[in-house]
Design a binder for this molecule. Structure first.
Ligand SMILES: NC(=O)c1ccc[n+]([C@@H]2O[C@H](COP(=O)([O-])OP(=O)(O)OC[C@H]3O[C@@H](n4cnc5c(N)ncnc54)[C@H](O)[C@@H]3O)[C@@H](O)[C@H]2O)c1
Length: 259
């Protein structure tokens, strides 16, 4: 395998367990030579994340709740300390909406839980990008990747407020790409088809989404987290040095279909 990330340093958010999309991305970057720092949310998953991070010789594993500004600033500072003041890669793979909002009607989403979903799933990209900007600038540029879904562009039953959050995330990718491009920092998204992860299990009707995508997409096969890892490695690498503000669909081609 080519080592596109030899000498590159990355911060990975959103690993919960070995099924997490963020872990599939981290594995791939590590195989290609990257050094990686990890964040985790909450003590419940700390051991999982530490064990996974140890398996790729990570120099830093630290707690981060993306709703807390001090956490975001601290983890990026700690990553800077671990990586001699520089950062090349940021993977944002974090999202949350209350379970009841992924089961009931979108129309009934209360104000506080609407903002909770947007805070965790969209604003966190802006906060992490802003905190990472000086370290990426010091590295001569960088690459930021987030995870989105078609439900931000079209109505997908049950995706509800998370779709609105993905819409805000997609737009944030474009504004960040425009501003950070001046510093040679690229910002892109992957729109993944349904992948069986912890977060996916909280979406009511997820098995139906999986079945429909597999039946109607041009490639008629399930989407694996490792498929997303491959797309991520491309977008984060120098191979994509002229690609920013874009979304790569890793969904078996489902987004191209009209029905
Ligand atoms: N699984 C899919 O089918 C699919 C499809 C398209 C997009 N995505 C997106 O991929 C990303 C990763 O999800 P996943 O499917 O790997 O599931 P996952 O459950 O493994 O990852 C979600 C992560 O978000 C973290 N998180 C939630 N609230 C947080 C907070 N306040 N602070 C810090 N971290 C927090 C969780 O700890 C977890 O690590 C999400 O943005 C999700 O919307 C997933």
């Amino acid at each position: 395998m080519t080592k596109r990330f030899e000498g590159k340093r990355g911060l990975i958010t959103g690993v919960a367990n070995r099924r997490s999309i963020a872990w599939a991305i981290a594995k791939r970057l590590s195989e290609e030579g990257a050094q990686l720092a990890f964040t985790y949310q909450g003590e419940r998953i700390e051991k999982n994340v530490r064990d996974l991070a140890d398996s790729v010789s990570s120099p830093l594993v630290t707690a981060c709740d993306v709703r807390v500004d001090e956490d975001v600033e601290r983890v990026v500072r700690e990553a800077g300390e671990a990586f001699d003041g520089q950062l090349d890669i940021l993977v944002h793979s974090v999202a949350f909406a209350a379970a009841e909002d992924l089961e009931g009607r979108f129309t009934d989403t209360p104000r506080d839980r609407f903002w909770l979903a947007l805070d965790v799933s969209a604003y966190s990209l802006v906060a992490l990008a802003r905190a990472s900007e000086p370290l990426m600038d010091a590295a001569g540029g960088g690459s930021i990747l987030t995870m989105t879904y078609l439900g931000g562009e079209r109505a997908v039953p049950h995706y509800n407020v998370m779709g609105v959050a993905k819409s805000a995330l997609d737009s944030s990718v474009q504004y960040l790409a425009w501003e950070l491009g001046q510093k040679n920092i690229r910002v892109n998204a992957i729109s993944a088809g349904p992948v069986r992860t912890l977060a996916a299990r909280s979406i009511a009707g997820f098995p139906t989404m999986e079945a429909i995508v597999e039946e109607r997409s041009p490639l008629h096969r399930p989407i694996e987290a490792d498929d997303v890892g491959g797309g991520a490695a491309y977008l984060l690498s120098e191979d994509a040095r002229n690609v920013t503000g874009t979304t790569l669909y890793v969904d078996g081609g489902y987004h191209a279909m009209g029905m």
